[in-house]
Design a protein around this ligand. Structure first.
Ligand SMILES: Cc1cc2nc3c(=O)[nH]c(=O)nc-3n(C[C@H](O)[C@H](O)[C@H](O)COP(=O)(O)OP(=O)(O)OC[C@H]3O[C@@H](n4cnc5c(N)ncnc54)[C@H](O)[C@@H]3O)c2cc1C
Length: 235
């Protein structure tokens, strides 16, 4: 039932007014849109965003909603690279008064239970976790709900670092900023040895990163139903 509900909402369409953009780090930008009253999502879900202020080929892309509904705006964050695609160039050209379409929210990448949880983010894969962590901060993390974020960024840009540090200081959410895959695997193994299949494992990042971590978890006997993943195509 829940799978159906998470998929069927793709048919919900919203028109989002552009508010502003800001630079998170070199080549990484957040875009903020007004949230319509009837639009909500589970923190961690994504939408399909379509450009319509100019004609471009392949005008739609999936993006995690990087804000929680409690923030009252829709925010997406993306990497432009040296040669942005037409879609990303069009995002950079947005001006106040223009809008973008969103289908969704979609997907089951969100917290359903209060059991121990490991979030594993690779680079730009931090976006859904920002939303989930902001939601947990707003709701208050329940006593005994162990939440740990492992955030790997070999380029050490660590977008959102200041706000994540602040949340880690004020809540029981534990965050590790990691620069190497070896450190990441060590942290994952340590979490597995404490919680094994009594925990939920969420992974987001490039397709190759998500698939190698999934294989690592499975080879350490973590069952498929305890693993949720968002593989960002195009990275
Ligand atoms: C659930 C989900 C959430 C995402 N969230 C974010 C996010 O928060 N931030 C973010 O920056 N990106 C996110 N992405 C990725 C995003 O949709 C874009 O693919 C990415 O940003 C690259 O876009 P682009 O316009 O730069 O390049 P594109 O022109 O889309 O693609 C770059 C390269 O990847 C290849 N490619 C693109 N899509 C696919 C595909 N489906 N299968 C195989 N190859 C493909 C293209 O052929 C091209 O060579 C998410 C993807 C998914 C599925």
């Amino acid at each position: 039932m829940s799978f159906l509900k998470d998929s069927i909402s793709i048919f919900k369409k919203s028109e989002l007014s552009y508010v502003e953009r800001y630079k998170e780090s070199d080549g990484v930008y957040s875009f903020v849109f007004e949230k319509q009253n009837d639009l909500t999502w589970n923190a961690g879900q994504h939408g399909i965003f379509t450009i319509h202020h100019k004609k471009i080929k392949n005008a739609a892309r999936p993006f995690s909603v990087a804000s929680s509904p409690t923030e009252g705006v829709v925010r997406i964050t993306t990497k432009m690279g040296d040669q942005p695609s037409d879609f990303k160039k069009a995002l950079l050209e947005l001006e106040k008064g223009m809008s973008i379409k969103m289908s969704g929210p979609v997907g089951s990448f969100y917290l359903k239970e209060k059991r121990p949880t490991l979030f594993i983010a690779g680079g730009i894969g931090i976006t859904p976790f920002r939303a989930m962590i902001k939601q947990l901060e707003a709701e208050g993390v329940e006593n005994g709900h162990q939440v740990r974020l492992l955030y790997l960024d070999s380029g050490q840009s660590f977008i959102y670092k200041d706000e994540l540090d602040e949340i880690a200081n004020n809540t029981s959410i534990d965050i590790a900023f990691l620069e190497t895959r070896d450190d990441l695997y060590q942290e994952i193994d340590s979490f597995i040895s404490s919680y094994n299949n009594n925990a939920a494992y969420f992974i987001a990042g490039s397709k190759s990163m998500v698939s190698s971590i999934t294989n690592h978890l499975k080879s350490n006997t973590i069952q498929k139903q305890n693993i949720k993943k968002d593989a960002f195509m195009g990275y």
